[in-house]
Write a protein that binds this ligand. Structure first.
Ligand code: SF4
Length: 346
């Protein structure tokens, strides 16, 4: 399906302009618990450029969704942002007032959640839900908003005639497309997608991924795409960051990461899903389970599960260091990391 461009050309050009769109700098988030703070996100730094898709992968509880909610400042107690900055267009989102945030959310960054059924109001038509989203953020007449809602449905591959359908009258794939349409309402330059296809079957998942890529190419927005499924990310991402126990342990251009995964955890993740193109192989997975983030393991947090650990691994925290152009890893197997970790040890 061809994508109708309802986004102003100026905004598309702005979306595609070079230079970092958003920068997370040493972000820290804790969940307060009676046993002590759970360090869910612990010193995460990365940026996203205009028009770029950055994939964030890792097991459940690694901190991926917490990062997404921290960017939008929608974390609820007992979660607390305890450090770092999130810079968007030179402004620190973490320092914004409530009214600034109201203006920022949806207009600059929108979010597509995992379960479309939970994200949509079951007693409102999808058209009315899009109209409400448009009118909540802009002075638009009801008829203009309805016209735009129909255009947005068309953009995401839903017939305009379905504008008066209720969520339960749509298939799972259509509901997720409707949620994407709502996220596109204000043409934000960044969209966060948190496991947007997890609840869908493989065929529909493929269609939605194709649609997302097509929309992104046409409209020029950036995406932070969060999933536990690394195989999905290679298709859509420009760069991929791998998270383990609240920290980024590897980040590289997507193809490079797939062809040359350096961190033993990334290598374990890659062996946890079947290859669509290569020879048949036994899936091994990663033995053990993620650590307790109230008192994470000393040194490298992955050392209790790592098949390649050696003497210094439980003593020195490995710093993220660049080992080839654009390829960063936090593992003592690499001399660049050992040098960086010993120079800037905690
Ligand atoms: Fe394994 Fe050591 Fe590398 Fe950690 S630093 S991933 S324990 S080899």
């Amino acid at each position: 399906m061809a994508v109708a461009n309802t986004i102003p050309a100026e905004r598309v050009a702005q979306n595609k302009r070079s230079g970092s769109l958003i920068t997370l700098d040493d972000l820290k988030v804790e969940y307060l618990s009676p046993r002590g703070p759970v360090r869910a996100v612990d010193g995460v730094t990365f940026d996203i450029n205009p028009g770029e898709v950055v994939g964030l992968a890792g097991e459940s509880g690694s901190g991926k969704s917490t990062i997404a909610m921290a960017i939008l400042r929608i974390l609820q107690p007992p979660a607390v942002i305890t450090g770092g900055q999130v810079l968007f267009g030179g402004r620190d989102i973490l320092a914004m007032s409530d009214s600034e945030l109201e203006d920022f959310r949806w207009r600059e960054v929108s979010m597509v959640f995992q379960s479309a059924m939970n994200a949509l109001n079951p007693v409102m038509t999808i058209g009315d839900q899009i109209v409400d989203a448009i009118r909540a953020h802009s002075r638009t007449s009801k008829s203009d908003a309805r016209q735009r809602a129909a255009d947005l449905l068309d953009v995401v591959g839903i017939e305009k005639a379905r504008i008066d359908s209720y969520p339960h009258e749509l298939s799972g794939g259509m509901r997720q497309r409707a949620v994407i349409a709502i996220a596109l309402t204000l043409n934000p330059p960044l969209m966060i997608m948190d496991e947007p296809t997890t609840a869908l079957d493989v065929v529909v998942q493929k269609e939605i991924m194709y649609q997302i890529s097509e929309l992104k190419e046409k409209l020029g927005f950036s995406i932070l795409f969060i999933t536990h499924d690394l195989s999905l990310l290679v298709e859509i991402s420009d760069r991929i960051a791998i998270m383990y126990a609240g920290q980024i342990v590897e980040m590289a251009p997507a193809r490079e990461l797939f062809e040359h995964p350096l961190h033993p955890y990334t290598q374990g993740l890659m062996q946890s899903f079947p290859s669509l193109t290569g020879d048949k192989k036994r899936l091994t997975g990663i033995p053990g389970s993620p650590p307790d983030l109230i008192s994470p393991p000393s040194g490298c947090r992955f050392h209790p599960r790592c098949p390649k650990r050696f003497e210094m691994c439980d003593k020195v925290v490995p710093k993220l260091a660049e080992v080839s152009p654009g390829h960063l890893v936090a593992c003592h197997l690499y001399p660049e990391v050992r040098a960086e970790s010993q120079n800037h040890g905690d």
